[in-house]
Ligand binder design. Structure first.
Ligand code: G3P
Ligand code: MG
Length: 225
């Protein structure tokens, strides 16, 4: 079971910062998950919300701030908000999976371009709640793995499996409290992988491991390992 650090090691460091990604790797995570939005000057920025105010000392929408201004914002513990390129440069060539969650408008084409330019196609999984982004990414580069993010499972198993087919995805990233054994088995029968997020308690980590889940996204990679 792959252990993926959520927004780096969110339990230990300011989320989605270089410090957080380094921490996750230091704790032994086999991958990191991160969220991407576009700045005013169309740079790929690693931040969860579309607004900087919850996670930093700054204010305003990411889409209304230039990269130069973003770099002046204090993201905690001496950190700055990183660009996707900075995170890739930190981890490229290492044995660490990058789960790039595309959140913001206009992120898919530049993200795929950057992944190709940095030659990390095999090191990346793109995920999104916005499934058209997954289709576009796969269409641009079929070698890039993609995962369907799910908050709530479709009631019918057939509808669940159809999602992967419709959007040409390789697997699912499912909110842990909705995951059912039946869905896991059906996914595996159809050659689709399942990751669960965000799993933080030791009890739940053990449970999903015993079920044979393929990956866990967690704020505490050390607990899972
Ligand atoms: O990718 C798993 C998880 O990060 C999805 O939800 O809101 O934490 O980005 P969120
Ligand atoms: Mg995310």
């Amino acid at each position: 079971m792959l252990i993926i650090g959520h927004r780096g090691a969110r339990g230990y460091a300011p989320e989605n910062t270089l410090r957080s990604f380094k921490k996750a790797v230091g704790l032994g995570a086999q991958g990191v998950e991160l969220d991407v939005h576009l700045s005013k000057d169309k740079k790929l920025i690693v931040i969860h919300d579309n607004d900087v105010s919850r996670t930093t000392r700054g204010k305003g929408l990411v889409s209304q701030i230039t990269l130069e201004e973003i770099k002046k914002i204090d993201a905690g513990s001496g950190e700055r908000i990183p660009t996707l390129e900075e995170v890739i440069d930190l981890l490229a060539g290492k044995n660490i999976l990058l789960n790039i969650e595309l959140k913001g408008l206009g992120t898919v084409v530049p993200a795929v371009k950057l992944i190709e330019q940095k030659r990390i196609t095999n090191q990346v999984v793109i995920s999104s709640f916005l499934y058209n982004k997954l289709r576009i990414a796969k269409n641009l580069n079929p070698k890039i793995k993609t995962g369907i993010l799910i908050r709530k499972l479709p009631r019918r198993l057939a509808d669940f499996l159809k999602l992967a087919k419709t959007h040409h995805a390789d697997g699912f990233h499912i909110r842990h409290n909705f995951l059912k054994k039946k869905y896991l088995a059906a996914a595996h029968q159809n050659n689709l992988y399942i990751w669960a997020w965000t799993v933080n308690s030791s009890r739940e980590i053990k449970k999903f491991k015993s079920w044979g889940v393929d990956g866990l996204i967690t704020n505490y990679p050390d607990r899972a390992l």
